[in-house]
Design a binder for this molecule. Structure first.
Ligand SMILES: Cc1cc2nc3c(=O)[nH]c(=O)nc-3n(C[C@H](O)[C@H](O)[C@H](O)COP(=O)(O)OP(=O)(O)OC[C@H]3O[C@@H](n4cnc5c(N)ncnc54)[C@H](O)[C@@H]3O)c2cc1C
Length: 486
């Protein structure tokens, strides 16, 4: 693409954060012929899960953090993103030329802090590495240890005192050791996507957001196998010099070359609705309560994270201690995990409203101990959701041309941590598209790569016999009687 003119036609399939950010930054760099296709009619459904959106990016909130252990490249990208998140907030507050549904009182980022804690009396090596890496990069005192009085005083001076002990552990005489990443917080994910879509449009990117006209059907191939564009479900052909696949959890089934590198895995989510009269209403507001991660590196019995309440009073708790799969045999005879969701029935005939029992057990056990007020006040589960990651074996993204498929590029493999980069990752992706020479470690890590079992963080493609396949696990939903039996 280095020599491709700015008039070249570029198709992007998928308007999640990877597709949106790529479109935004291509348009910003002057590419005039960028079209994004998505089967979700996002202008109507507004990236809202309750309106039928089931992409990973279509969510009420996501965690923003810069704490990344020793991974300095993701840390620094996080700081870069946060500066732009703040600019987006300022643009919203300015109120000029906002898209329908967004007002000047909306914000897409709240700097409420992101607390990582365990039930241990000692800091995890990941937190120690984060503190060290932050200091080495000049970000001293961004990571605040919650039992250090000096750090708690710093948090107080930044309006984040509540974030140091959001579960009132100290008040209850219990251990509360953790690290507050004071640079982080929460993004209002659906609104952020709507704003990014609007910004990309303003800069001239085109969007076809429609269940038929926007739905990818197949690649247009030359006799030599070069990808020359994409066909959509309405039968139309869309010729392009470059086709960029950004289909989230569906990318591995649409680009089978990703076998062994990427797989769709399901994270479990439980949502509670807090009434305004609850003692938790003020306490869990983004002004007083951080995003949090608990026992993230403790296997199946840990891996929880959560959020301050939304404006509507929703409190979301997620479990990723075990990530589940949904292997289905595809036309080429290979099993690949495909997302199954509350809304997938219309397309695939299979839908899912429940979550695995294991996830519900860990979440409930945590909440009974850490947020007993939910049970005491009779606040019950409002909704359960399985939300689909696109995991790589090493947790690095995939941003590269597909080898031996000229004309085809993928931006995927979010591995549970890409949302925070919505404002800036497209800029890095366009560098890769343009072949800009760089020694940035992140860009190198995102290159196409084979599977390396010995360095794998995630085990991929265990297939239908695997213990994480949803067909092999017991499920439970919001039904109170079913949950009472667990
Ligand atoms: C449970 C969970 C929690 C997470 N928490 C965080 C967090 O706290 N912080 C963070 O930074 N990141 C988080 N992530 C990661 C982040 O959400 C993802 O990395 C990111 O949203 C992935 O974006 P995407 O564009 O790759 O995919 P998606 O958001 O899934 O978007 C893919 C798009 O492709 C479209 N599409 C698919 N197939 C077709 C087709 N055939 N034709 C047309 N369009 C198609 C879909 O409709 C969709 O709009 C989390 C992810 C999950 C699953």
């Amino acid at each position: 693409m280095a020599s491709t003119s700015k008039d070249a036609r570029i198709n992007i399939v998928g308007a999640g954060i990877f597709g949106l950010s790529t479109a935004l930054h291509l348009a910003r760099r002057g590419y005039k012929n960028v079209t994004v296709f998505d089967k979700q009619p996002y202008d109507d459904t507004e990236y809202s899960y309750s309106k039928g959106c089931d992409a990973a990016s279509a969510d009420m909130n996501k965690i923003i953090r810069t704490a990344y252990g020793s991974q300095v490249e993701y840390q620094e990208m996080g700081f870069e993103a946060i500066e732009i998140w703040k600019e987006w907030n300022a643009e919203l507050a300015d109120g000029q030329d906002l898209p329908p549904g967004l007002t000047s009182s909306d914000r897409v980022f709240v700097n409420c802090g992101s607390l990582s804690f365990t039930d241990s009396e000692e800091l995890h090596p990941f937190e120690i590495a984060t503190i060290k890496t932050m200091e080495s990069q000049g970000h001293k005192d961004t990571q605040l240890v919650t039992n250090d009085p000096r750090h708690v005083a710093i948090a107080k001076s930044r309006g984040q005192e509540g974030a140091c002990d959001p579960f009132h552990r100290r008040k209850r005489g219990k251990s509360s050791l953790g690290v507050l990443d004071s640079s982080g917080g929460v993004t209002i994910a659906d609104k952020a996507c709507r704003f990014a879509l609007h910004k990309a449009r303003q800069l001239g990117a085109n969007f076809v957001l429609d269940p038929v006209a926007g739905a990818f059907d197949s690649f247009m191939l030359s006799s030599l196998g070069r990808v020359q564009g994409a066909k959509t479900k309405d039968g139309k052909s869309h010729k392009a010099e470059l086709t960029i696949m950004a289909c989230g959890g569906l990318t591995p089934s649409l680009v089978p070359e990703l076998d062994g590198l990427c797989e769709a895995t399901g994270g479990s989510v439980v949502i509670y609705k807090i009434p305004k009269s609850s003692s938790l209403w003020d306490r869990t507001s983004p002004e007083n309560f951080p995003t949090w991660l608990w026992n993230m590196r403790s296997g199946a019995e840990g891996g929880l994270y959560g959020f301050p309440r939304t404006d509507e009073g929703f409190i979301k708790v997620g479990y990723r201690g075990t990530k589940y799969t949904n292997p289905r045999t595809q036309d080429d005879g290979q099993q690949r995990s495909v997302p199954i969701t509350r809304w997938s029935g219309k397309e695939t005939g299979e839908e899912l409203q429940q979550i695995p029992v294991q996830a519900m057990r860990v979440i409930r056990g945590f909440l009974d101990e850490y947020l007993p007020e939910l049970g005491e006040e009779g606040i019950d589960v409002a909704l359960t959701r399985v939300c689909w990651y696109t995991d790589t074996f090493d947790n690095h993204f995939v941003v590269d041309h597909v080898p031996s498929k000229e004309g085809l590029f993928v931006v995927t493999g979010g591995s549970g941590h890409a949302f925070k980069y919505l404002p800036n990752i497209g800029n890095w992706i366009v560098d890769v598209i343009e072949g800009v020479q760089t020694d940035r470690p992140a860009i190198k890590a995102w290159k196409w790569r084979g599977s390396q079992a010995e360095t794998s963080v995630n085990v991929l493609m265990e297939g239908s016999q695997g213990s994480r396949a949803l067909d092999n696990v017991q499920l439970v939903g919001k039904n109170r009687e079913e949950r009472a039996k667990l």
